[in-house]
Design a binder for this molecule. Structure first.
Ligand SMILES: O=C(O)c1ccccc1N[C@@H]1O[C@H](COP(=O)(O)O)[C@@H](O)[C@H]1O
Length: 248
């Protein structure tokens, strides 16, 4: 019997019905909508409501925010009705815990990785976030804290043992994703600009190519899902207490 495939793949920054449909049709597990005005992927509330209705029940819907206040999060919740918040700013562990408690949704905290020292920051978030998203740090002077299409040294993650599931992101694309899966065996992947034909313009053929390449690498034995994962659409489970990570 074939082993069940479990690599979770998120296509982020979707802003049109056509590219959302391409992602859902190609088997994305999560679809992300960006609520950050400086981003070329930013969606207004009306568009978010329409896209949310299209995706509901077919994939987990993720609302990406950057240092958003409670009023903004409440408005996003109303419009999109997401399954999860992705916090991609400078949210502290206390702020992550407060958002999770107030809104009753799982939260995924994005953290920039550039060196082994950055892995030390993960411990503080393991106890409060349902998932971690390990992204490249933005280049100097970048307007966006993510979605810049830059990778980091994946070797830094070798041997990483986290209490919560993580998604690998930053500069992934259809050409390099198989290498990432084979090297890191991540439980999840997140991609945005690598499946675009221009800033903010998703390309259905690149979305499909990304999912195909990632799934093929997974089928070769390149991905795993740790225990403690939050199943699709599930209520958030209390994250386990923070514990030390071993970066080596
Ligand atoms: O995509 C954006 O516009 C964005 C804006 C603000 C914060 C994060 C954003 N995207 C996230 O960044 C990473 C990496 O993106 P890329 O694949 O390197 O383009 C990804 O997690 C997106 O969700």
């Amino acid at each position: 019997m074939e082993a069940a495939l479990s690599l979770e793949i998120k296509i982020c920054g979707l802003s049109t019905a056509e590219t959302l449909e391409a992602s859902l049709g190609a088997g994305a597990d999560m679809v992300g909508m960006v609520f950050f005005a400086p981003s070329p992927r930013h969606v207004d509330f009306a568009t978010a409501a329409t896209l949310g209705a299209q995706a509901r029940g077919r994939a987990q819907i993720v609302a990406l925010t950057v240092d958003a206040d409670d009023a903004t999060l409440a408005a996003i919740l109303d419009a999109l009705r997401p399954d999860m918040f992705q916090l991609h700013g400078h949210e502290t562990p206390a702020r992550v815990a407060a958002i999770r408690a107030r809104f009753g949704l799982p939260v995924m905290k994005a953290l920039g990785i550039a060196s082994a020292e950055d892995l030390a920051a993960l411990a503080a978030y393991e106890g409060v976030a349902d998932r971690l998203l390990l992204d490249a740090k933005p280049p100097k002077g970048a307007v966006l804290p993510g979605g810049n299409g830059v990778t980091f040294d994946w070797n830094l993650l070798a041997g990483l043992d986290l209490a919560r599931p993580f998604m690998l992101s930053g500069g992934l694309d259809p050409e390099n994703v198989a290498s990432a899966v084979r090297l890191i065996h991540p439980p999840g992947l997140d991609v945005s600009s690598g499946v675009e034909r221009g800033p903010g313009i998703k390309d259905p053929s690149r979305i499909e190519a990304f999912l195909r390449a990632a799934r093929a690498a997974e089928a070769e034995g390149g991905a795993r899902r740790p225990t403690g994962d939050t199943p699709a659409g599930a209520k958030p489970t209390p994250p386990s207490p923070a514990r030390e990570t071993s970066p080596s």
